[in-house]
Design a protein around this ligand. Structure first.
Ligand SMILES: NC(=O)c1ccc[n+]([C@@H]2O[C@H](COP(=O)([O-])OP(=O)(O)OC[C@H]3O[C@@H](n4cnc5c(N)ncnc54)[C@H](OP(=O)(O)O)[C@@H]3O)[C@@H](O)[C@H]2O)c1
Length: 206
């Protein structure tokens, strides 16, 4: 498959690129700025491509999204026509600017549900909220990735995450996404309380 990382020049996006390089998939890093995308693609190495977010969204089968929440809704408003019918995996955490231990969205729903409302006809999944980019970039280490979203396209998403050397956990429908986004706030509080940067979530019994 063709995988575009929208907002791929950032911390999480570059870790996605590293993981995806180990898979058979074609990978493009997207950015608002083509020169930034090409620079990030060179940094990622291998056959990773650099494109504008809009070219990457048009090119891909699956869009992995890693942008700050304040750019989230405008990104999808701009790309909704080219993303229609595609798989979108949204890692955005709508952290409240005034308090990083809380989440806050415009609609009161999760960021991923806002994505689904904007991009009608896309298969939207929420994932990667409980894994730090610092951990993700250690490509030899497996971690749990909780995934919320509907049935259509879910098998492909779970397989894609497994191909990245990670343990994909089906967490249910997209309405669960808010719980995943809030888990990031929990992990940030655990990090803060223990003077660490990489706490994560492991699911037992699955
Ligand atoms: N970092 C983590 O460990 C982690 C873990 C789980 C989830 N997340 C979530 O994943 C998302 C990305 O995190 P990150 O740490 O990678 O963030 P980041 O490094 O601050 O930003 C990622 C990229 O987003 C693009 N961007 C910034 N502002 C934008 C805007 N207003 N509109 C469109 N694009 C914009 C930038 O790319 P260009 O300038 O090249 O366009 C930037 O390189 C956040 O929602 C975060 O909460 C992060």
């Amino acid at each position: 498959m063709k995988i575009a990382i929208l907002g791929g020049t950032g911390k999480l996006g570059l870790s996605f690129a590293r993981r995806l390089q180990q898979t058979p998939h074609e990978v493009a890093i997207g950015s608002r700025d083509i020169s930034k995308a090409e620079q990030a693609a060179r940094k990622a190495g291998g056959a990773v491509l650099g494109m504008t977010n809009s070219d990457a969204a048009r090119w891909c089968d699956v869009a992995l999204v890693s942008v700050p929440y304040d750019g989230h809704d405008s990104l999808f408003e701009n790309l909704k026509d080219v993303l229609r019918g595609k798989i979108i995996i949204d890692a955005t955490v709508p952290i409240a600017p005034e308090n990083i231990f809380q989440i806050k969205t415009v609609s009161g729903k999760s960021a991923a549900e806002e994505t689904a409302a904007i991009v009608s006809g896309a298969n939207v999944f929420a994932a990667f909220h409980t894994i730090s980019h610092r951990v993700l970039r250690q490509v030899e280490v497996s971690h749990d990735v909780l995934v919320a979203g509907g049935a259509t396209g879910k098998a492909e998403v779970l397989d894609l995450i497994r191909s990245m050397g990670l343990r994909a956990i089906n967490a249910g429908q997209l309405q669960i996404a808010g719980h995943l986004e809030r888990m990031t706030a929990l992990l940030l509080s655990i990090n803060n309380s223990n003077n660490i940067k990489e706490s994560g979530i492991k699911i037992t019994g699955v």
